[in-house]
Design a protein around this ligand. Structure first.
Ligand code: PLP
Length: 375
């Protein structure tokens, strides 16, 4: 829930025509709102004064800025560029890595095991054998958006640092879902955040830049964000982002975990052939990814939608054909298992009654789909 003062700030940012780049009074009001949001975000994520928070339109833009920004610096210095990332990253990272590969960068992809876990020794050996003349960045997520599996990102950052490589963290899923998440003393160079993943508005994100990190500019134009990222700032989106970050300290993560665990236990008990993906791996408190034997995820998503519940399936429609998620494929699931996956995410507003109603709806829908499949 937003505090009263956050509500007033958001209303002010929506009603004021002030542009934070202008020096007149309405401009100064907008600037003060943006400054406050930047401080709220820095406080919430453990970012010190010597570091920077750069506002962007999304985490996707933040990740593009981080990886391409380092790439262009390497190009300027006449150095080759090397990206090490994992097979289960968000498309924001994998797509950026592919585009850098097209421009001559070397891209290496780390695998995960059946539980979605990363092997740090694989990272270490890839870094050990790397070309020292090339600039290198390791880009990994704090936790996976489909399975909730947490990566050992702090240790990975130390490993990268030890081998003189940059470390970029896709931190999108961490705040408000990963207990104790903070960048303080982590030694990481860059991190991407998304406002709407923590209760802010869509269309706002941020890039954390460790003080002294040299990044080329991607968006040229005005002098916004200390000439690091041109374009008029999305003041309402930034204000809501700051308020959402400040409100994270009130979030009861243990309560969300209890609800999620109860959901998973009851689903396993009540629905035959139900499994929880990554159940034995360290996971975010709010995510449950189920496999339902013999049930297509999309049928389940549609059936649950009719019952008033919004969940996601483990496959996506791409050019007319249904493709299994790259995350589930990387965990070794075959096409039909991946097609039976359904992801349920809980938020701070969900209640025990809602979880009970969801389980009952799930039982009904799975039962209906299985009966139909027999005929
Ligand atoms: N990284 C992860 C792990 C995500 O879950 C998402 C969005 O779902 C993104 C990156 C992209 O964030 P945005 O929508 O702000 O571009």
């Amino acid at each position: 829930m937003m505090e009263q003062s956050a509500h007033s700030a958001l209303l002010l940012s929506l009603s004021s025509y002030g542009n934070p780049s202008s020096i007149h009074a309405p401009g100064r009001v907008a600037r003060a709102l943006v400054d406050k949001a930047r401080d709220q975000i820095a406080n919430a994520f453990g970012i010190s004064e010597s570091d920077e928070v750069l506002f962007t339109s999304s985490a996707t833009e933040a990740t593009n800025t981080a990886l391409k920004g380092l790439f262009f610096v390497a190009q300027r210095e006449g150095r080759r560029f090397h990206v090490i990332t994992s097979a289960v990253e968000h498309e924001a990272t994998l797509g950026t890595a592919r585009s850098l590969a097209e421009q001559g960068a070397r891209v290496e992809i780390l695998s995960v095991d059946a539980g979605g876990r990363l092997d740090l020794s694989e990272l270490d050996s890839r870094l050990q054998s790397r070309d020292r003349a090339a600039a290198c960045v390791v880009s990994l997520m704090a936790a996976n958006n489909e399975t909730g599996v947490i990566f050992p990102w702090a240790e990975a950052a130390k490993t990268a640092r030890f081998h003189d490589a940059f470390f970029h963290l896709d931190a999108v899923q961490a705040p408000g879902k990963l207990p104790g998440f903070s960048l303080a003393d982590s030694g990481i160079d860059l991190a991407s955040f998304s406002a709407h993943k923590i209760g802010g508005m869509k269309g706002a994100g941020a890039l954390y830049v460790r003080g002294g990190t040299s990044l080329a500019v991607l968006l040229h134009g005005g002098a916004q964000e200390r000439k690091r990222r041109a374009g008029t700032l999305n003041v309402p989106g930034i204000v809501a982002f700051g308020a959402a970050a400040a409100a994270l300290r009130e979030r009861d993560l243990a309560a969300i975990r209890t609800l999620r665990d109860s959901l998973e236990n009851q689903v396993r008990e009540r629905i035959p052939g139900a499994q929880v993906l990554g159940a034995k791996s360290p996971r975010l408190v709010n995510t449950a990814n189920f496999l339902f034997d013999g049930v297509r995820g999309e049928s389940l998503v549609m059936g649950l939608d009719l019952e008033g519940f919004a969940v996601s399936s483990g496959s996506a429609c791409n050019s007319g054909s249904i493709l299994p998620s790259h995350v589930l494929s990387a965990m070794g699931l075959d096409k039909s298992a991946a097609a039976s996956a359904v992801r349920v995410s809980l938020g701070p507003a969900n209640t025990g009654e809602e979880v009970q109603a969801f389980i009952e709806a799930l039982e009904r829908v799975v039962g209906r789909i299985r009966v139909k499949a027999k005929y």
